[in-house]
Design a protein around this ligand. Structure first.
Ligand SMILES: Nc1nc2c(c(=O)[nH]1)N[C@H]1C(S)=C(S)[C@@H](COP(=O)(O)O)O[C@H]1N2
Ligand SMILES: [Mo]
Length: 199
């Protein structure tokens, strides 16, 4: 039996229905890029995970697209204060990609085509909380929004969701990324409003 609430609009507007402190809702999808948009042809695209012992696990586009996919619908929160509710994506869970990667590292430095970097704890990529997505709203992810493939880690501020993702380095010692070195918070939990270093 289906239950419809009075205001039901036919599509889910929010995954949680909640706005983190200091955020406002937008219906648009702003583009925030610290540099030019790299164009990565699919026949040369590769994604890799390297471990602290120097092992490398790599995927070509065809290998990546052969992996089982998930379709998360999530709210996203940018540190510049916009939040967007109910964004729907398709991609590969990091749990799938990390399956068979042997590591005792606790930290990750994410590298993008174009040179952008961002860091986060490896634990934040596990447990169904993070994906490498290639589809947004049922269509291939556009280059401006990080296509062919971006990281999606919606429980942290959106700068952690690296566009044009290329490689994850699993590290024993934490290493700061682009915005983290520039004074943004090392972890970036929107619910604790961790915008800047010291928040
Ligand atoms: N490679 C790369 N990834 C990036 C960025 C960037 O400049 N380069 N900007 C980050 C920031 S600050 C935000 S808010 C989101 C913006 O994603 P969007 O442009 O799809 O909205 O991407 C994040 N990932
Ligand atoms: Mo951002």
């Amino acid at each position: 039996m289906a239950i419809f609430s009075p205001g039901f609009q036919g599509r889910r507007r929010s995954a949680t229905g909640l706005l983190p402190p200091g955020q406002y809702e937008t219906n648009g999808f702003p583009v925030l890029s610290a540099g030019p948009t790299p164009r990565v042809p699919l026949d040369t695209w590769r994604f890799a995970i390297t471990t602290e012992s120097g092992q490398q696990h790599g995927w070509s586009w065809d290998e990546f697209r052969a992996l089982p996919t998930a379709k998360p619908t999530v709210d996203i929160h940018c540190v510049t204060k916009w939040s967007k509710f109910g964004t729907s994506w398709e991609g590969v869970s990091l749990d799938t990609l990390l399956d068979g990667v042997e590591t005792s590292a606790a930290h990750v430095l994410v590298h993008s085509y174009g040179g952008y970097t961002t860091n986060l704890p490896l634990a934040d990529l596990r447990g169904g909380k993070a994906w490498l997505v290639h589809t947004f709203d049922g269509k291939p992810l556009t280059p401006e929004h990080g296509g062919p493939v971006r990281l999606l880690v919606p429980h942290l501020y959106f700068w952690k969701s690296a566009k044009w993702v290329k490689r994850l380095d699993l590290l024993v010692t934490d290493q700061k990324g682009f915005w983290e070195r520039a004074g943004y918070h090392n972890y970036g939990d929107p619910w604790r409003e961790q915008r800047y270093d010291g928040d």
